[in-house]
Write a protein that binds this ligand. Sequence first.
Ligand code: ATP
Length: 233
Amino acid sequence: MLTIENLNVYYAKAHVLKNVTLKVSQGEFVSIIGPNGAGKTTLFRTISGLKDGEGRISFNGSPLPRDPAKIVQLGVIHCPEGRHLFPEMSVKDNLLLGAFRLKNFDPESELEKIYQLFPVLRQRERQTARTLSGGEQQMLAIGRALMGRPELLLLDEPTLGLAPIVRKTIAEALKQINDSGVTILLAEQNVPFALAHAHRVYLLETGIIVKEGTPEEFRADAHVQQVYLGGVS
Ligand code: ATP
């Protein structure tokens, strides 16, 4: 579904993505792990057309247009790090904004799907996004992205700053989303979370893909264990 070949991205003279090559097949759940500053957000911003890059990015066999609005229209929906909600708007209105790419849709039935996935959002429907807890805000950000009926959901650091219990809720929701047919590309520093339900994993370090494999292969890898899993296998 998504193929990236030899992608190079720069900020002025800083070369932050170096010959990145990866693929995500239809229906897959793929995680990209790596430390702070490795380039995960830059990669997602480049896929979404928010940052220029050199290399090839194709989606369903055609080059991905370098225009964020057209990329959204194709069903590539980016749930950004930091959530970027509209803080003074209600939960419901934030969700409805996520559906802007759809032409004919029944708002209530689309909302119902999100409320089934995250029941707390139903209870908070009329509250402003600003008044939600961090975990609820993250659920809202994911819910808003889902309202656009993504074919490919790009999820950047959804667990940042969240308590373990909320991480668990979000991990289970991601599995359900993927099981429902949405292809997921996740960027995460929290490696146990990233490995939990992924089919395949890439390790990005200083802008270079240094390893690709299954979660089992990652858990068994001495470097991954030592650096990313606190020495625990
Ligand atoms: P984090 O998890 O901390 O967001 P990341 O893996 O997503 O890390 P990026 O945010 O993509 O990493 O950053 C990759 C590199 O690019 C870092 O060295 C960062 O300092 C640099 N960088 C990111 N944004 C800019 C920018 N707007 N201008 C200049 N350098 C930038």
